[in-house]
Design a protein around this ligand. Structure first.
Ligand code: CFM
Length: 545
């Protein structure tokens, strides 16, 4: 795309029509429900978005699979649980170390992150069954490493041939006696996206691990950080700030996490949920079983970080903590503000598009706003309606054949371990003062009227959107990176952060401002022209055109 002047006067409805124009009618009808013109600020009933449904075959989606959500996202960042992929080697290899979830093994030196464990299934295993091979792999891993826990992950062929990975794991667990072995039926095709894999992983962790360590944990203000995966060291920066405030993080689900952290989660007095999509139901289960209340937090953006810290302090209600949090904010903010003021001279008024996973397309809008940048369009790959429209829609969500495929576990209050963290009066006083428990307003609420919110954006639509709206930066993942850059627009990966980060917390905000400033101020991509853009040698039309 040649460098073009910005003459974007298109109405959102025109853009939507333009995106749908090339589709066959049936496809267009379905996609139309996933492309929303945001009117939530004025309309009486905010429009509904279609989300968490299967991608239409043939469309090049940005999504990943259920195995990716289970093994890669939730269990991948754990450092002392040994994760074995039961399947052909590709699934293990491509889910190994590509997500940039960082670990620090300095405490005890145990870190399985650099290893890729796979049963390396071959044709004969698919034909005759792979259970023996799996048992041998678990045995070998145990003999070499003696880990506290071994997790087994099913890939597509395992489900198709019917290997009973749970029975094998149970047998090995009994045999070892000192190693917790459990498995996940997270075949790639099991759900519509990686979101199903999160659910499968979290259910098993909750059932097989949480609550196991009954030894009390030290700390005056004890929290769990749920849904933080330490991409590019985000979790390290959040931990640094927590420590400075005197808040004890008992367990992070699951960035740089350990077996013992999961096993001790019930000792926390507050659950703080970062990524709502991947874990909100665990927060609910922890509350039901142990009595730990939960709040939504966001450490992406300096202002959001400050707000989240204040919220935690308000919950504990201790003046000492409230003062400490204010002191930390006062100490950290001046540098953040100085960098923001500098970059703003170049970033103010610039525009962004964000199409990421199930949470970041929302959270990162705060960082862009701090730089004076406007989000033109955004969407999630695999979030559910509540991540767009807010948690109040949860009772309306109807289960379909795909969601019914994912186990829902029922949790009850633990006879011994359940204890309410505050009295009903204390809860009421907090709520009367405007404190919100279990609250997430979703992405749409924050976005301007008339912006386009698009679920499960695909490659065709991404290219079209960029062509029509010409944002100053496009944020998505590696699959989108090069096609966007070829359109002359800078692209920032918000999954892996390219090679950057951390972007969470105060120091992270500074890193992000500088990185985005560098990207939007550079003209290099707009100077490029691919040979076929100058002299196309082949043109074609679709059969239905
Ligand atoms: Fe949550 Fe994530 Fe995300 Fe996610 Fe992910 Fe990720 Fe993501 Mo990539 S858990 S939903 S499945 S915040 S790997 S750390 S960046 S798509 S927006």
């Amino acid at each position: 795309m040649a460098k073009t002047k910005k003459v974007v006067q298109l109405m959102p409805a025109d853009i939507k029509e333009e995106l749908l124009k090339k589709y066959p009618p049936k496809v267009a009808r379905k996609r139309a429900k996933q492309i929303l013109i945001n009117e939530a600020t004025e309309a009486e009933a905010p429009p509904e978005i279609l989300a968490n449904v299967r991608t239409i075959p043939g469309i090049i989606t940005m999504r990943g699979c259920t195995y990716a959500g289970c093994k890669g996202v939730i269990m991948g960042p754990t450092r002392d649980i040994l994760n074995i992929t039961h399947g052909p080697i590709g699934c293990g290899f491509y889910s190994w170390l590509t997500r940039r979830n960082q670990t620090d093994a300095s405490a005890d030196g145990v870190n399985y992150m650099p290893y890729c464990f796979s049963t390396d299934m071959q044709d004969q295993d698919i034909i005759f069954g792979g259970e023996k091979k799996l048992a041998a792999a678990i045995q070998e891993a145990y003999d070499i490493f003696h880990p506290k826990g071994i997790c087994v992950f099913a890939t597509c062929p395992v489900g198709l041939i019917g290997d009973d990975i749970h029975a094998v794991s149970r047998k090995m667990k009994e045999k070892f006696g000192d190693c917790n072995v459990f498995a996940f039926s997270c075949e790639g095709y099991k759900g519509v996206s990686q979101s199903a894999g999160h659910h499968i992983a979290n259910n098993q962790v909750f059932t097989n691990l949480v609550g196991e360590n009954t030894e009390p944990k030290e700390g005056k203000y004890k929290i769990n950080l749920l849904g933080e995966y330490n991409i590019g060291g985000d979790g390290f920066e959040i931990d640094r700030i927590m420590k400075k405030c005197g808040i004890t993080n008992i367990s992070t689900f699951s960035g740089n996490s350990t077996y013992d952290q999961f096993a001790s989660a019930q000792h926390a007095d507050l659950d703080c949920v970062m990524c709502h999509r991947s874990i909100n139901y665990v927060a609910d289960m922890l509350e039901t079983k142990y009595g730990i209340p939960w709040i939504k937090v966001n450490f992406i953006g300096a202002e959001s970080t400050a707000k989240s810290l204040r919220k935690i302090a308000e919950y504990f209600g201790d003046q000492e903590l409230i003062d400490r949090v204010e002191a930390v904010i006062a100490e950290e903010m001046p540098e953040v503000k100085a960098v923001a003021a500098d970059v703003r001279t170049r970033t103010e008024g610039k525009t962004a598009m964000l199409f990421v996973g199930g949470s970041r397309a929302h959270h990162y809008q705060d960082l862009f706003a701090e730089m004076g940048m406007k989000t033109l369009s955004a969407g999630y790959e695999f979030a559910h309606r509540d991540d767009y429209e807010g948690r109040q829609v949860i009772p309306e969500l109807k289960p379909d054949a795909d969601s019914r495929n994912i186990e829902e576990i029922t949790v009850e209050a633990d006879e011994k371990l359940y204890s309410p963290r505050k009295t009903p009066d204390e809860f009421k006083a907090l709520e009367d003062a405007g404190f919100e428990f279990k609250h997430y307003e979703g992405m749409n609420d924050q976005m301007d009227k008339g912006t386009l919110i698009i679920d499960d954006l695909n490659q065709y639509e991404a290219d079209k959107l960029v062509e029509l709206l010409k944002p100053d930066i496009f944020c998505a993942g590696i699959k989108e990176k090069f096609s966007i850059q070829k359109l002359g627009v800078p692209m920032k990966q918000l999954h892996s952060y390219d090679s950057g980060g951390p972007y969470a917390g105060f120091k992270g905000a500074i890193n992000f401002y500088k990185e985005i400033d560098r990207l939007v101020s550079s003209k290099v991509w707009s100077y490029m022209k691919a040979p076929w853009q100058e002299s196309p040698e082949l043109t074609a039309t679709f059969v239905w055109e």
